[in-house]
Ligand binder design. Structure first.
Ligand SMILES: NC(=O)c1ccc[n+]([C@@H]2O[C@H](COP(=O)([O-])OP(=O)(O)OC[C@H]3O[C@@H](n4cnc5c(N)ncnc54)[C@H](OP(=O)(O)O)[C@@H]3O)[C@@H](O)[C@H]2O)c1
Length: 277
């Protein structure tokens, strides 16, 4: 089986590609230098030449706060780029996997969001990712839309690494009134692999860590598991204003596809120490 990956140099792409190769897929790695997803002719040419069975679309505009002032670029990449991939996949009869986000939900619920629940994004990033979802549904019948959340991994800028870099502050305040499901890129990659290998029905899935925590709880676990002593204090969202609104309740029902978030985090912390991070 041949898989073409977009955004292969991103945080997810760099963990996903070796996992696919290990599972005996032939992997075509592309990123903006080899396949700019915003250019339909380029997308169509490369997908028809490479003729993959599956396209896993990881490329995205991921700067949530910047998207508030630059919705045009966020929309061009997250909506138009995704629409281009969906059209080319449909034309070449290949399966498309689109990585989406918990930010498609308003986050005012009390029960874990199911894939079929109503969406209502609070910020421009969430809106453009949702527009991408709709394009996939419209143009590419053979699709998996996989929503994930609070992603971290060895190859990218993320919450875990930010926290560790701030550990020497006299006091570190972290938001305790937004809750969600931290997800390691390796867990997400394995979840995607599972959908493909088990030939699950096409549709929308939630692939995120099991269990729930706040950003404060997440930070506390990072420091405990790393053996770092830090003066960590919980704070409210109001005390830590950001350009983009974030959902307060960002909990998704993952149907047991990933293990407990803390178990995965423990493995990640061991790995980052092993590679000398
Ligand atoms: N990070 C999270 O917390 C999170 C949470 C939920 C969902 N997601 C979703 O998960 C997926 C993977 O996220 P990630 O954290 O791995 O993102 P990432 O590290 O920002 O990687 C995205 C990759 O896409 C590339 N890219 C940007 N514009 C492109 C274009 N026009 N054509 C081709 N490639 C382009 C980027 O290149 P440059 O770096 O050069 O721009 C980068 O290599 C995304 O779909 C994201 O929306 C992420």
């Amino acid at each position: 089986m041949k898989v073409l990956v977009t955004g292969s140099k991103g945080m997810l792409g760099q963990d996903l590609c070796p996992i696919l190769k290990n599972a005996n897929y032939t992997v075509i790695e592309t990123d903006i230098d080899t396949l700019d997803i915003t250019k339909l002719d380029e997308v169509e040419r490369i997908i028809s030449t490479e003729n993959p069975d599956i396209v896993i679309h990881c490329a995205a505009y991921t700067n949530v706060d910047k998207a508030e002032e630059d919705i045009e670029t966020a929309r061009l990449i997250n909506f138009v780029g995704t629409e281009n991939i969906a059209k080319a996949c449909a034309k070449n009869d290949c399966t498309m996997v689109y990585i989406s986000t918990d930010y498609v939900f308003a986050g005012n619920g009390t029960e874990p969001y199911k894939p079929t629940d109503e969406t209502a994004p609070l910020n421009n990033y969430g809106l453009t990712k949702w527009e991408g979802e709709e394009a996939v549904r419209k143009y590419c019948p053979k699709h998996y839309i996989t929503r994930t959340s609070w992603l971290y991994g060895i190859y990218g800028k993320n919450f875990v690494e930010t926290m560790i870099s701030l550990a020497d502050k006299p006091e570190l305040k972290v938001v305790d009134d937004q809750i969600g499901c931290p997800t390691w890129t390796v867990e997400l990659s394995n979840g995607i692999l599972k959908l493909l290998q088990e030939k699950k029905s096409y549709g929308t899935y939630h692939i995120c860590g099991s269990g729930v925590t706040s950003w404060y709880g997440f930070a506390k676990a990072v420091f405990e598991l790393s053996g770092i002593d830090v003066n960590l204090k919980p704070c409210t969202t109001a005390e830590f204003p950001r350009p983009a609104k974030r959902p307060a309740y960002s909990v998704m029902d993952n149907d047991g596809i990933c293990r407990d978030w803390k178990e995965a985090l423990k493995e990640y912390i061991n790995l980052r120490q092993k590679v000398g991070k």
